[in-house]
Write a protein that binds this ligand. Structure first.
Ligand code: MLC
Ligand code: AMP
Length: 505
């Protein structure tokens, strides 16, 4: 009877009275207390009728209880489907319908709005709030603190993470138990995580970075986390002296650098800062080292593959690169037209294969076949090169994607909505440099002949349909779009024209 995910991350800590989660109110939850809470939720979820292979869709705030839901899913073999807390009801409708989730978890704040959606798909709805209260907790309260772990095969699904697509339709990336465990073990080893580590955790736990990298790595190593609800600069600065490691998106590092309290003294107890999810500017790298003496370790990954490359723990952490292949991961740079591997040093599309690579997109065999080759190589959509020393550099993307503050935003999804707005003939959504988010979303609109477009009314209309982080920070009306001789819209020209939108004047 084995369950790789539960055993490697959670079960191995049963009975350990060692610290696991340090909370903002000063309380610390031990590994064992966390597992007992997870077992109660496992019983509650079973009472709700969940069985191995079912999906649980959770749009819940970050809390120890939210992480315990992940553990409970692993223990009963349910596929965990965490959802960005910023998603609107309209966005959730798609995820719940597409995944066929049997149970939906939300906060009480949004449960009234979500009830008709859950009902429409025949899913049960329970609540879990940021403070740990809610109807699922009520159900779990008096249930046993031990649960018989359900046996699962390493290739069984552990989680779905939805990623948007260039067509505007989100795809559920199916991750197996073995995908998650192999990557967590590899990273823990490469980054020298031990039970003595205290990770400063300020990331959301509904994406790969905060859940499968930060939390899983800490869990396999048996360490603890300072578990903050989000990136609040005062809380982060206060926590740094008690931590040994931190993982963050580049915005975390630029925000820290803007604060005079970030000093070598403040970070003296730290052994490792990791960055990923978006490009870290070489300049940020250098400024951080000058100020603190720490060289940030940059790594590269994605939802479909977990982590692929990492700069070395020992050895040169080269700014502007994402380092070497992780053990067990194969990576090749290919010509997008032919699929042939290019010469060392040449730019091409990045393809990866390994135990970390997902199983495909949920119920989308055609999409899966387009991106996951029959021989197991996944076409990432990133463009890069490998130099003679083996360092991988990402130079761009072969996909129309904006990464803002570490969140992926697919222009197509926004354009489809903008095109439907009154007076709009066509739209183009681009990413332009932004001092805080790295890139920010700008929407450009062309009006129908003889009609006017109200950018204010359109911004208001987007509120119900798109999560706040996806909404354009600015909308502009232009007379026409630049096109090449084939009539194809040239976004590169628009990006240049609007590059200064957020420059400090
Ligand atoms: C918040 N806003 C954003 C935004 N985050 N807009 C664009 N991009 C973002 N990332 C909006 C808010 O709704 C708000 O809108 C305004 O911008 C300012 O918000 P804020 O208070 O300054 O933002 P904050 O809450 O502090 O959040 C910023 C952040 C957060 C950077 C801390 O976005 C974050 O935690 N990002 C991490 C994302 C992440 O985990 N990515 C990993 C994906 S996994 P208004 O107008 O209402 O004020 C992956 C694979 C891999 O990519 O390799 O790791
Ligand atoms: P997601 O689909 O949200 O998992 O985002 C994955 C994408 O983030 C990758 O395909 C890359 O484009 C980007 N990404 C992740 N890490 C890095 C990094 N260190 N540097 C540049 N881009 C990155």
């Amino acid at each position: 009877m084995a369950n790789l995910l539960y055993d490697a991350l959670f079960g191995c800590h049963a009975g350990q009275d060692t610290p696991f989660l340090h909370l903002p109110d000063g309380r610390t939850l031990s590994h064992d207390a966390f597992l007992r809470m997870a077992a109660r939720y496992a019983h509650a979820m079973t009472a709700e009728g969940l069985a191995p292979g079912d999906r649980l869709a959770a749009q819940i705030d970050k809390s120890p209880q939210a992480l315990a839901i992940y553990a409970a899913c692993a223990q009963i073999g349910v596929v965990f489907l965490p959802l960005n807390t910023g998603y609107t009801t309209a966005e959730l409708d798609y995820f719940i319908g597409n995944s066929g989730a049997k149970l939906v978890l939300s906060s009480d704040r949004v449960s009234d709005a979500l009830a008709p959606v859950a009902a429409a798909y025949g899913a049960a709805l329970r609540t879990l709030n940021a403070d740990g209260t809610g109807s699922l907790t009520d159900l779990a309260r008096d249930l046993p603190e031990v649960f018989d772990t359900v046996s699962r095969a390493p290739d069984d699904l552990a989680a779905f993470l939805y990623t948007s697509g260039t067509t505007g339709r989100s795809k559920g990336a199916m991750l197996t138990q073995a995908n998650l465990v192999s990557n967590a073990q590899t990273l823990a080893e490469c980054w020298r995580f031990t039970s003595g580590d205290v990770l400063l955790h300020a990331l959301p736990i509904f994406h790969t970075h905060g859940l499968f990298v930060a939390s899983n790595v800490t869990l396999v190593a048996g360490g603890s986390m300072i578990f903050l609800p989000g990136f609040n600069i005062d809380q982060v600065i206060a926590a740094i002296p008690r931590a040994t490691t931190m993982m963050g998106v580049p915005t975390f590092y630029t925000r820290l650098l803007e604060d005079d309290r970030l000093t070598a003294d403040l970070t003296a107890h730290m052994r490792l800062f990791v960055s990923g999810s978006a490009p870290l500017l070489a300049e940020t790298h250098e400024q951080f080292e000058t100020r603190t003496g720490h060289r940030i370790l940059e790594r590269y990954g994605m939802t479909e593959t977990n982590m692929n490359t990492s700069n070395p723990y020992d050895g040169e952490r080269r700014g502007g690169t994402v380092g070497f292949l992780l053990p067990g991961v194969e990576l090749k740079i290919t010509d997008p037209a032919t699929g042939d591997t290019v010469e060392t040093g040449e730019i091409g599309q990045i393809e990866v294969r390994g135990p970390n690579v997902f199983k495909g997109y949920w119920q989308m065999p055609e999409k899966t076949a387009e991106e996951l080759r029959a021989d197991g190589f996944f076409i990432t959509g990133d463009l890069g090169r490998i130099d003679e020393d083996g360092y991988v550099t990402i130079v761009g993307r072969n996909k129309d994607l904006i990464i803002s503050g570490g969140y992926n935003i697919y222009p197509k999804e926004i354009e489809l909505i903008l095109d439907d707005q009154p007076g709009v003939l066509e739209s183009a959504v681009i990413g332009v440099p932004h001092p805080d988010f790295g890139e920010a979303v700008v929407g450009l609109l062309v009006a129908r002949p003889g009609e006017t477009v109200s950018t204010d009314a359109i911004m208001a209309a987007l509120g119900d349909q798109l999560a706040r982080f996806k909404q354009p920070k600015r909308l502009f009306v232009v007379t026409e779009f630049p096109r090449n001789t084939m009539g194809k819209l040239q976004k590169n020209i628009l990006r240049e024209q609007f590059a200064g939108t957020f420059s400090p004047s």
